[in-house]
Design a protein around this ligand. Structure first.
Ligand code: SF4
Ligand code: SF4
Length: 77
């Protein structure tokens, strides 16, 4: 049987994000990217961009740990 990959998902509050993009740099699956919708503070917040299988969130929490504004919550499945 194939080894099951760790899975998770993130909930990002776009209004708390200030667009520093630190989280993008620490995501091991490169799943985070910049939204094309501007938030009320005038920043383009981060969003999880669903891609192919190797871009699935692992629930590692690197992004939530580095976020200075506590804009990301991580859940593991
Ligand atoms: S680290 Fe936090 S504030 Fe910075 S871009 Fe990511 S979600 Fe936004
Ligand atoms: S929890 Fe890990 S894999 Fe998921 S979006 Fe954050 S840094 Fe990327």
């Amino acid at each position: 049987m194939a080894k099951k990959k760790a899975k998770g998902y993130v909930v990002i509050n776009p209004e708390l994000c200030k667009g520093c993009y630190l989280c993008i740099s620490v995501c091991p699956v490169k799943g985070l990217g910049v939204s094309n919708k501007i938030n009320q503070k005038g920043y383009y917040p981060v969003e999880f961009q669903e891609g192919d299988e190797d871009k699935k969130c692992t629930g590692c929490a690197n992004c939530a740990t580095i976020c200075p504004d506590i804009a990301i919550e991580v859940y593991r499945e």
